[in-house]
Design a protein around this ligand. Sequence first.
Ligand code: PEP
Ligand code: MN
Length: 263
Amino acid sequence: METREVQVGGVRFGAAAGVVLCAGPCAVESAEQLLATARAVKQAGARVLRGGAFKPRTNPRAFQGLGAAGLEILAAAKAETGLLLLTEITSVSQIDAFQRMGVDIFQVGSRNMHNYELLKELGAADVPVLLKRGYMATVDEFAMAADYLAQAGNERVVLCERGIRTFETRTRFTLDVAAVPTLKSIAPWPVAVDPSHAAGRAEYVLPLARAGLAAGADALVVEVHPNPQHALSDGRQSLDFPAFDALAAEIKKLATALGRPVA
Ligand code: PEP
Ligand code: MN
């Protein structure tokens, strides 16, 4: 099926012309942390800044994100750098605040892919959505979740493969590389790959990013932190700035070789 281009601000997902790099910390932790990361990833070639303010953590005692204060920090980073904002929404009640704070792309996390009421409301709100694959969802279930958005009138959808649960424990999840071409054969949406959550370890992020890109990904979403060892969430899989610079340089070369230079 032909991929429909999704335009957000000046960034085009799914365009024949280019692969989009999205990067930033797992969670917004402070203004300093986020701004430093925003500057570093922009410098390396990212167009979209990721970072969670509302974090759906498996452990209820783990850091839950800064909430509304995190959105303000994200807005300040956007104002300074011009990067588009990608941040996770965990409840319908956050939609207004996200729009007010200038969130450009609403991330629906893996744990909320099955939250059909949230999908219907985001469909009606007609905001760009990055929909992550439920880690126990089949490709067909994933495509149908995206169809909830389309059915409600929202055509600005980007899918994101982020790894599924298998018997393997060396990696946090198993990156389903085949999901990229199979999704593209059944759905019109651009497909992003998140190598960070699949890998669970910083040292596997670049090889999985390469694999995702080679399989046809339209975008990559990578976790980056100024000091991964002290990150409040997902530090083990987060790249520091030099590692992200190296990834971006490698990905630019590979994307060019594949005929789709980084946008
Ligand atoms: C995230 O992007 O930080 C995140 C929580 O991802 P996922 O929903 O894929 O686990
Ligand atoms: Mn994370």
